[in-house]
Design a protein around this ligand. Sequence first.
Ligand code: DGL
Length: 215
Amino acid sequence: MKIGVFDSGVGGLSVANKIMEQLPEHEVVFVNDKDNMPYGNKTKELLMELVVPKLNKLINDGCEVIVIACNTVTTNIVNELRKEIKVPIVAVEPMVKTATEITKTGNFTICATPSTLKSPRYQKLLKEFASNNIVFQPDCSKWSFMIESDQIDKKEIKKIIEESKMNNSDVIVLACTHYHWIEDMIKELASNEVTVIQPEQPLVDQLKRVISQLT
Ligand code: DGL
């Protein structure tokens, strides 16, 4: 089966690699939108305009399932996409619930784009699962472009991880797929008591379930 994977940029490539590693019997077609990235400050309307043609192209090219490897797209427009797009969609989303299950201090950090943090879908996740937690949401607005252009400023990342520690966060959620590329750096900067989580494995597990229903 052909699996279409979409992100604004290189974040989705990390997700596509994980899918290829675990589902080698399927073909992964990865498409991004480098010309218009970063998506992290775009409106819902603009995201729809940019994303729908890309997904339709993947479907025309024979993809039978679409993976949205972009938290910004999921949290802002996944409901609209599910109405518009004719094949099943599997999508990454900020791991708020998992963070609440892991944290011992009750405090955790969500690293995400500004559009993700502002989205009603993300706000709903916080309300539903994290109303008793203290959630630190640092300004990571520069991170995805920094990673896309391979100009990673370790000092900038260190500053935020230090702030996260000062907030007594013992879990850091990578809620933008671009940040998967700096997961090791974040783990190195965070102390041993901090757990860094990202959604690739749960996404692949969900994708396997969806594929098994289609075949
Ligand atoms: N990789 C995307 C995400 O997961 C967005 C990066 C961007 O374009 O700002 O949110």
